[in-house]
Design a protein around this ligand. Sequence first.
Ligand code: ATP
Ligand code: LTN
Length: 336
Amino acid sequence: MNQQTERRKRILSGIQPTGTFTLGNYIGAVRNWAKLQDEFECLYMVADLHALTVRQVPAELRAHTREAAAMLLAAGIDPAQSILFVQSHVPAHTQLNWILCCNSQFGELSRMTQFKDKSAKHPDNVNGGLFTYPALMAADILIYNADLVPVGQDQTQHLELARNVAQRFNNAYSPTFTLPEGYITKAGAKIMSLADPTRKMSKSDTNVNSFVLMTDDKDAILRKFKRAVTDSDGIVRYDVAEKPGVSNLITIYSVFTGKTVAEIEQEFAGRGYGDFKTAVGEAVADALAPIQGEYSRILADKAYVDKVLTEGAAAACRIADRTVQKVYKKVGLLQL
Ligand code: ATP
Ligand code: LTN
């Protein structure tokens, strides 16, 4: 068998270093990344260039980038198995970005809900990068010919755009890019804000009670779940339309205990929200404790994190540079 037919499916995903990861990032995306390493060839990336679409404090961005890498390692990403790198360390992403920008339409970029949301949130900084964000994300994915992209539900529209751009390019030139598929696990694909369960939990939310951070201690976690917005009927029942707050807590509890919704409803039948919220907080704190221990240990060893990222960038560049050369040639850029 030749190498091509033997190739394992390839995975690529990324996360922005815009702050400390939330429970939503963990449940919706990062938690799954480590599990995929045995079966797939995985590349995981800290998307620092994407973070620049919103104004960042330079020193904080630098710190968050290293912290993000340390958190991914703490969450089980094994550099002996997977390639872990920082987006800006692989210049080929920005090279392909330009080519894909020239193959993305104004109309399709205008339809992206993330662009609309973030423009509304930062009306004083609706920059070109925010608008072309999905073309760079498409470059991140297509440059490795990734087959699968494990992300939360909020990224499906961007993935669809990546597929459309890939297909358009393949049709205009010749088969070049693999059409990527989303890999979105049903349980927890969209964890909601604890303060407003109709909105997604987001690390850039200004209300600290709306999210649980991966680094929150047990007291903070218990307190935030105690304050979580629910409803007044006092029944632990899964019903997203009528009871979005309680349903969100059931999802979180289910993810960390492995219990089904029916088992959870049964467990808390006839008991109030107080007991339930404490149980959710305990389950989350217990699950995060070992990761937090690893995170502190790894982050203290800056040299180790930097070594992993240096090697990761070199391995990623080897693949990415080859794709860019191929693409440059196909579109007619002069090769000497
Ligand atoms: P920001 O608040 O800065 O926009 P974010 O918290 O939305 O950031 P990203 O870096 O954009 O986080 O996303 C990283 C990954 O986490 C993506 O795969 C995204 O789909 C997933 N994710 C983000 N928020 C949630 C959530 N509330 N529930 C499930 N998955 C989520
Ligand atoms: N846009 C993503 C982060 C991201 C990403 C990627 C995810 C940047 N490049 C490539 C998957 C594949 C987000 O989470 N907001």
